[in-house]
Design a binder for this molecule. Structure first.
Ligand code: 4AD
Ligand code: MG
Length: 477
């Protein structure tokens, strides 16, 4: 007989039908009840077994974490909290989990401990809930773009360009590290490397997406990106997933409209499709926040916060206005910011972004028209000659979740900018071609997928919303 998923069983009628389920033991009690979970849902199915009738050797193996196949009859449950349960006629142990050594026991484990058990942590309620929400968000993203006329575009992972110009790249090479071929001046001869040039893992698929937007109209990437920045924070990963839509004939306003609509739409999707998991995560967050001082607790519970964001307009503010607000803010005057805001042109730190969102506006904020000096080379220069058509979306508890811009489509202006930043034209000849042949206004943005998952799940650390996090000094698993 084919086995049924627990999710399916829990929503079916107890018509005394015979069922087979597979899953892992969550808990067992009173020598009668086994709670089984197979990952299809947060909820367990209660299996009622007469332990006395089970062979002793088999019984010994029925511990938390053991994988079982259970055959029995689905009946109306006598207990509270569930509609149906299984009266078990046969138990088969696929594999036991020795309680002496199995790390995931039915008690509260710290997030730090679970990170060291990243291969097993998905068997906890918290991580299975997070990963189901993550999966649903990924689906919602593809669905949104599909319904809005975008094509899914696959940017290369190995590239020769540094799109963001921050130099935070992982090198890709097959040269012998101990004995690389050298040029006459002693530098490494990359002509002998696999690709005949220096290459790295991509920090962004944007430049390539621009090429495709200028032919397909509207495209988006959804793939892994890599940054070798040594930021050991709860918001940074060395390998993260980014969604980058790129649209021909969109200006910055169109870009902001799209970004806002997109984020609201995918949050609405999880609100309607992940109710159980979100309720569980909301409760988890409330419990966690009880341990924090009042001032650090969030004002809204998780689901209320998600609804708030999906139903209210984001506040749009220029960088210049934001600087005014920050300069006159209490924490700035009282020197509470680690980085004081004195002058126009200062780069905003996470503390400033969070002040604007959490204390001042109390809603998501889109900051735009940033100083050219603190943004990437490809952003379109404004008439004032000193700001660019950039936009960042800032979220409560997260800070920057989206970074985007209208792109510089004018060949001469782009060339000037590259020259000023000493970016050789030979390296980006193809990118300049896009401005030579049929150039047009175009825009796009990048959404950090894990930052979105952080927001949607209320988790506190980005390491806990990706299956196997990559951070400085950490690539186990
Ligand atoms: O602001 P960023 O650097 O923008 C770009 O890469 C542009 N090329 C995007 C575009 O216009 N197509 O990165 C975009 C987003 C950030 O807002 C943040 O959410 C996320 O990517 N991000 C990270 N997420 C996790 N770990 C890191 N180290 C991240 N760096 C950026
Ligand atoms: Mg950014």
């Amino acid at each position: 007989m084919r086995s049924t998923s627990i999710k399916e069983i829990l929503s079916s009628d107890p018509a005394s039908q015979n069922v087979v389920v597979n899953g892992w033991v969550k808990s067992f009690r009173s020598n009668r009840f086994i709670a089984l979970n197979d990952g299809s849902t947060l909820h367990n199915i209660q299996c009622v077994v007469d332990f006395e009738k089970i062979d002793e050797a088999l019984l010994k193996q029925i511990n938390t974490g053991a994988a079982l196949k259970v055959t029995g009859t689905l009946v109306e449950s006598q207990g509270r909290g569930q509609k149906v349960e299984i009266q078990v006629s046969e138990v088969l142990v696929h594999g036991g989990a020795d309680p002496e050594v199995y790390p995931i026991q039915p008690k509260k484990h710290s997030m730090e401990f679970l990170r060291e058990q990243a291969h097993l942590r998905v068997r906890t309620n918290t991580f299975s809930a997070v990963m189901r929400v993550r999966s649903a968000l990924a689906f919602a993203i593809h669905q949104y773009f599909r319904e809005n006329g975008f094509y899914y575009f696959h940017a290369p992972i190995i590239t020769g360009s540094d799109a963001e110009g921050a130099g935070e790249m992982f090198r890709v090479t097959t040269l012998d590290q101990k004995n690389p071929p050298l040029n006459d001046d002693g530098s490494v001869n990359h002509k002998e490397d696999f690709f005949g040039k220096e290459t790295n893992l991509t920090v962004s698929g944007q430049l390539e997406a621009e090429a495709y937007a200028m032919g397909l109209g509207k495209v988006y990437t959804f793939g892994p990106t890599f940054r070798a920045e040594n930021s050991n924070t709860s918001r940074h990963l060395a390998e993260f997933w980014m969604i980058e839509p790129e649209m021909a004939f969109y200006d910055l306003n169109d870009n902001m409209d799209l970004a806002e609509d997109f984020i609201k739409s995918v949050i609405k999707y999880v609100l309607t499709h992940c109710e159980d998991d979100l309720s569980f995560l909301e409760k988890r967050l409330l419990d966690e926040e009880k341990t924090k001082p009042q001032a650090e607790r969030s004002e809204m519970a998780l689901i209320e916060k998600l609804k708030f964001v999906s139903e209210n307009s984001f506040k749009r503010v220029t960088y210049t206005e934001a600087i005014q607000i920050l300069r006159n803010s209490k924490p700035n005057k009282k020197k509470k910011f680690q980085y004081r805001i004195d002058e126009w042109g200062a780069d905003l730190q996470s503390e400033h972004e969070r002040f604007l969102v959490e204390k001042h506006f109390k809603c998501p904020v889109i900051l735009f028209d940033y100083p050219a000096k603190i943004k990437a080379f490809y952003m379109r220069l404004n008439e004032d000659g000193k700001t660019v058509r950039a936009m960042d979306i800032l979220f409560p508890g997260i800070g920057e979740i989206v970074g985007g811009s209208q792109r510089e489509e004018r060949l001469d202006v782009l060339k000037e900018k590259m020259a000023a930043l000493e970016i050789p034209e030979e390296e980006l000849w193809w990118y300049l071609d896009l401005r030579k042949f049929g150039t047009a206004v175009h825009s796009g943005f990048g959404l950090g997928f894990e930052r979105l998952v952080l927001f949607a799940t209320g988790m506190g650390n980005i390491r806990d919303v990706i299956p196997f996090p990559r951070t400085p000094q950490n690539a186990e698993f």
